[in-house]
Design a protein around this ligand. Structure first.
Ligand code: NAD
Length: 497
């Protein structure tokens, strides 16, 4: 089966290379796909450019674009179980979690289908007679869409749906580790009638395929979700031709628990905040910031509950969490934990690979590092694994306690998400406004809706996905001034007069 899709044709890589995709739960080969290279990426960019410049898609009426997005949502609903299975095989994540991701993706396509028709520009008052002045939106052009492995189809949907809603053409490169659901999506788009060249898919490594997609002068916008270091490389590359960029990068997200919080809810959600999907979530609550007076009670209970979390493969119904994406990623998480202990953090649970039947996969247990301070690398760096660091704060007065919590929670180069747990409504509002993070949860952790913007402050990124801003990322704004009674400007003297 050919797995690169360029100019409306499925084809193999120019180099003839292939890659085996293995399931991190047991190392079994899930599928073999074509391994694209820079030449394939350049072909795909050219196809997308031509489809934008001469093709019908940018000029297709919004209701037709919306209808296509709705058909993708319908199709995913019908094929949900199978697409979730592909996602589980690539990522090792539990099938039940992958199914929830798919339901979210259906909602994302429906959200952008309705937005596509809602925004038709606006008329502005020119301030002079006989002039019609209006602001219209147009597609940005050719988009390079580059996505990570943790929520492969979800992150892809956040880009593909608004890109198409706005009338763009694109080249998509999923993570080289998790290509199967992107193949499904591009096949579905083609079969649902998207014109040739609008959607192009190139699989392969970031430093060849991704770099070619970022450097190509024909590209107008690069939308990237992934790590901070890669984001910086992409930003620098995009600057050579002043491409627009949208970056969704990492996070080191504080979960602040005050002594007046609903203790059971706060503790239970603190577990989900960090250990869901084995911590491989950009918005994971990896940094517990707990009021000193309740530290022992909260952390003892977290340790007891974390130790009991059952790990297992995607289709093991008794499992509560799965493996990490790869042995290489696990080695990075192990190094991160070792550095934390070296710096003085106290390992309260986890920290050791499981044996027995789990030894075959890339498993790493829920791990808690207590006694942390803001200057430690394990507090500042993203582990992207199931590792929770614990810091405490205290204050003699209400304001002093809030100031102390905020000082810790904002002491990070990142600014993606944060949460505050308290039963004091005023405190909750004050904290929510002071947290320098793009999403803030009050007495909750993790939920999002497609209608609300998602993205990071500081080094967590540039721009927003979802919401209405998520569509605007893929649109240019144009002002059209129409003088209905043309006349000489009369500024410069005309010597013949
Ligand atoms: P990564 O940066 O290694 O890779 C992401 C994508 O970029 C992959 O497709 C990769 O092949 C590609 N890439 C790598 N080098 C490239 C280059 N030089 N030029 C162009 N493309 C290149 O990240 P990852 O390990 O796949 O994902 C984990 C990271 O993603 C974490 O830091 C996480 O926080 C972040 N993330 C952020 C969000 C968010 O919404 N902010 C969501 C999910 C993941």
């Amino acid at each position: 089966m050919s797995t690169l899709y360029i100019a409306g044709r499925w084809r193999t890589a120019a180099s003839g290379e292939t890659r085996e995709i293995t399931c991190p739960a047991d190392g079994a080969v899930a599928v073999t796909v074509d391994e694209g290279g820079a030449a394939d990426a350049r072909d795909a960019v050219r196809a997308a450019r031509e489809a934008f410049d001469v093709g019908p898609w940018p000029r297709t009426p919004a209701p037709e674009r919306a209808a296509l997005l709705s058909r993708i949502a319908d199709r995913l609903e019908r094929e949900l179980d199978e697409v979730a299975r592909l996602e589980s095989l690539d990522t090792g994540k539990r099938h039940v979690e992958a199914r929830i991701d798919m339901e979210d993706i259906v909602a994302v396509f429906r959200h952008f289908a309705s937005l596509a028709q809602a925004e038709a520009g606006r008329v502005v008052d020119a301030g002079v007679p006989d002039v019609s002045s209006r602001v219209v939106t147009e597609p940005v052009g050719v988009c390079s869409l580059i996505t990570p492995w943790n929520f492969p189809l979800l992150q892809t949907a956040w880009k593909v749906a608004p890109a198409l809603a706005a009338g763009n053409t694109f080249v998509l490169k999923p993570s080289e580790l998790t290509p199967q659901t992107s193949i499904w999506l591009v096949r579905a788009l083609a079969e649902e009638g998207l014109p040739d060249g609008v959607a192009n898919l190139v699989l392969g490594p970031g430093d060849t395929v991704g770099a070619a997609m970022t450097n190509a002068p024909e590209v107008d916008l690069v939308s990237f979700t992934g790590g901070l270091a890669t984001g910086k490389t992409i930003m620098a590359a995009a600057s050579t031709t002043v491409k627009k960029i949208a970056l969704e990068l990492g996070g080191k997200n504080p979960n602040v628990i005050f002594a007046d919080a609903d203790r059971d809810a706060a503790i239970d959600n603190a577990l989900t905040a960090i250990f869901l999907d084995s911590g491989q979530v950009c918005s994971a609550g990896s940094r517990l910031v707990v009021e000193e007076s309740i530290h022992d009670e909260v952390v003892d209970e977290l340790v007891r509950r974390a130790t009991a979390i059952r790990m297992g493969g995607p289709f093991d119904e008794s499992a509560e969490t799965g493996p990490l994406i790869s042995d290489g990623h696990r080695a990075k998480v192990e190094a991160y934990v070792a550095a934390g202990i070296e710096e003085g953090a106290v390992l309260r649970c986890g920290g050791e690979r499981p044996g027995g039947e789990l030894a075959i996969g890339s498993y790493y247990p829920p791990t808690i590092l207590d006694g942390c301070t803001s200057d430690m690398s394990c507090v500042q760096d993203e582990s992207f694994g199931p590792v929770l660091t614990v810091e405490t704060f205290a204050g003699d007065t209400r304001d002093a306690a809030e100031d102390a919590a905020i000082a810790i929670a904002n002491d990070t180069i990142y600014g993606l998400t944060g949460a505050v747990w308290t039963q004091d409504a005023g405190r909750a509002e004050r904290m929510a406004r002071r947290l320098r993070h793009g999403t803030v949860w009050i007495n909750d952790f993790h939920p999002y809706v497609p209608a609300a913007e998602w993205g990071g402050m500081k080094q967590s990124g540039i721009g927003r996905e979802l919401g209405t801003a998520g569509l605007h990322e893929y649109q240019e704004t144009k002002h059209i001034w129409h003088n209905t009674r043309p006349a000489p400007a009369g500024w410069f003297a005309n010597p013949q007069d």
